[in-house]
Each structure stands twice: as C-alpha cells, then as structure tokens.
Design a protein around this ligand. Structure first.
Ligand code: GLY
Length: 371
C-alpha cells in the first residue's frame, strides 16, 4: 500500500499540490526552495509545535540552504484574534518580510487560519505554505484557502479566501498528537465518507481502529482520500456558492454545541462535528429523508472511534432555544432561515434550506435538550 500521495487542487493559475507522506518535513527545504525568490523561509508556529518539531523543520530548511526566521506564538484559539493578528503582522514587519517572500504556517488549524489570513493581508498579500501538524488540519483546514480570525461575536467571522502554494501533510507528525486530538480529527475523516463516498465510509468502518492506532499506511490512505475529496469540492466551488457547503456536514449542530460549551476542552471542534454528524443523520431519518439504519450506522462508526454521538454524553443540560439561537448565527443562514446539511443515505449529503425552526426544536427535545 502506498505511503506517499500527491493530490492536485485544480484552481487554474492558483492550483497547488497537497503531499501526504510520512517524514515529509525532512524534505520541506527542497520542496519549498523552488517557490522562493530569495532563500529565506519565515515559519509561523506555536510553542507546542516548536518544542516538538521545530528543530526538525529548521534542520530541513537550513540543509536546503535556506535562512530560517520564526514567529512562535502561544498555543490556543486566543491567538486567532485581532490582537493575535496584529502581533503576528508586526512580527512579520520586524523580520523584514518582503512581498515576494513566503509564510510557512506550521501547526494546527489555529496557526493555519491565522498565518494564512496574515499572509492574505500582509503588504496586500504574500504567498504561504501549509505544514499542518494535526489530523484535523491535514484533512480539512489546511486545504481550500479558508483563512480567518475570530471576533468576540463568533468564530472565523473575519477572514479571506487565500489559497496556499503547497500543503505538506506529514503523517508521521500525527504520532505525537494526544489521542483525543487524533480522535477529534477522525470525525472530519468520517465526515467525508458520510457526505459523499459510501465505499470510503465502509473502508473507514473496517480500517478505522488500526489507522487511528497508528498504522501509517492506513492513516496515509485515510488522509489522502479525505484531501482528494476536499480538493475536488474546492476546485468545483472555491467560494462556497454550492457544493462546498457539504463540507459543513455536522457543523450546524456541532457549532451550536461548541458555542454552548465555550469552544474549549469541554467539546473539541472535531468532537462537535462528530456529534453533529450523528445528529444530522438522525434528524434526516426523523424527517423521513434517510433510512433509520443509515443513522445508526453513522453513529456506530463515530462511537467506535471514541466520539460522542448523543447530547447525554456531554454530561450537562442543553436548551433547545439556546442551541437554535446559536444556529441562527451560522454563516449558512439566509434571510433568517436555517440551512442544514442533511443526508439521504451514507455518502449522499445535500443542502436543505429553509428548515423549520419548530422541526429542529422538536428534534432537539427528542434528543434530550430542555426547552
Ligand atoms: N472547512 C470547510 C471548508 O473548508 O469549506
């Protein structure tokens, strides 16, 4: 089975490759070199990633003849803020980053989103490369060019589409992830099968435990197929006017639950997405859109990976009204009407606009939410 995969994101003049491979960061210098106008790599990372892998990336870059400058930020979502963006942009100015230089975003989703957005606006736009270090970032946030910071009014509200020049997904880096982070990322992997590829979903059912347990070849295949699906969707609908919205399967419920739980350790993003996928399938079944058996199968795969699939597992009460209010803030909401990604079967998601608030409320109550 292959352990090195190259996937193209077909965006014309802005097309780029995503490489999925173990030990890829050791080749980062030679892979970056052809993209650079001068031999300087500016790495943006956080303290955790710098401690774990910073030396290795630095060695790879310097051995290819590159001078390395680094901006090391505190870990955590707080960096994805106006203050964090200002701090990063000022650091890039102090380092003398030029318009033709490249920012290397080396970290999880927070670093990718923040460094990508800084790259989008720094001197009216510089190129950037993503080296995602979490499973979630490798299969989702590093690909597709969505960059953003959070506002006090909500997550990812201030941002830009800015595609990277290259994405290096080093599967070996996932070994150092805490197990909970790996499982959280797995929710996004299952999401791809659930939204558009029943064969991949069956493969994940059969191979998920071994892939999550550290089988590099299986993990490479799971990440590569996820990226391949995302690349195809992004190439067809970069600005999310249509099918890209399918990537938000599980996110309307998940995001509302994250809002209620404070976007922190109580419910990690991937856990919210996993539970959101289980809810989206059960909601689809309740509405008669999808066979109940498909909802059971979706939940079983999520549960087998160690993800929550019911509100009760979060060990706290939820108010249906509060969840609905959080859903109304969703970026897919149009003219105040709720939009959900629902499913007709495993691998067959679709966008459902104008979903009645009463139907969602009744469903949430049936799932154990208070009024
Ligand atoms: N994370 C969903 C997207 O990139 O569209």
């Amino acid at each position: 089975m292959t352990t090195a995969v190259k996937i193209g994101v077909g965006l014309g003049a802005r097309a780029y490759d995503v490489l999925v491979e173990p030990d890829l960061i050791d080749r980062a210098g030679s892979l970056l070199r052809p993209l650079l106008k001068r031999p300087v790599a500016t790495v943006v990372t956080d303290e955790t990633v710098a401690d774990l892998h910073g030396g290795r990336l630095r060695r790879a870059l310097t051995s290819a003849g590159l001078a390395v400058q680094e901006v090391i930020l505190p870990p955590g979502e707080e960096s994805k803020s106006y203050a964090g963006l200002q701090r990063l942009c000022e650091s890039l100015l102090s380092l003398g980053l030029e318009r033709s230089d490249i920012v290397v975003a080396f970290g999880g989703g927070v670093i990718g989103d923040l460094a990508g957005f800084a790259a989008a606006i720094f001197k009216r736009g510089v190129d950037f490369v993503q080296i995602p270090t979490t499973l979630l970032a490798q299969v989702d946030s590093s690909v597709g060019g969505k960059t953003a910071i959070d506002s006090p009014q909500g997550k990812n509200l201030i941002g830009a589409f800015h595609q990277p020049r290259l994405v290096l997904a080093d599967i070996g880096l996932l070994a150092s992830l805490p197990a909970r982070q790996r499982v959280s990322g797995w929710a996004e992997v299952l999401k791809y099968g659930l939204l558009g590829d029943a064969v991949f979903f069956a493969w994940l059912e059969a191979n998920g435990a071994r892939a999550l347990g550290g089988d590099t070849a299986l993990l490479t295949r799971a990440v590569a197929r996820s990226v391949e699906m995302k690349a195809a969707i992004v190439a067809a609908d970069e600005r999310e006017t249509g099918q890209r919205a399918l990537l938000n399967l599980g996110h309307t419920f998940g995001h509302a639950l994250e809002t209620e739980t404070g976007f922190g350790d109580a419910l990690l993003h991937g856990e919210g997405v996993g539970l959101g996928c289980a809810l989206a399938f059960r909601f689809s079944a309740r509405l008669g859109l999808c066979p109940p058996g498909a909802a059971v199968r979706a939940a079983e795969a999520l549960k087998a990976a160690g993800l929550p699939t019911t509100l009760a597992e979060l060990g706290r009460p939820f108010s249906a009204q509060r969840l609905l209010n959080a859903m109304a803030q969703d970026k897919k909401t149009e003219n105040g009407e709720l939009t959900f990604i629902l499913a007709r079967e495993i691998g067959a998601a679709f966008t459902a606009k104008g979903v009645a608030r009463e139907a969602v409320e009744a469903f949430l109550r049936a799932e154990g939410a208070d009024p």
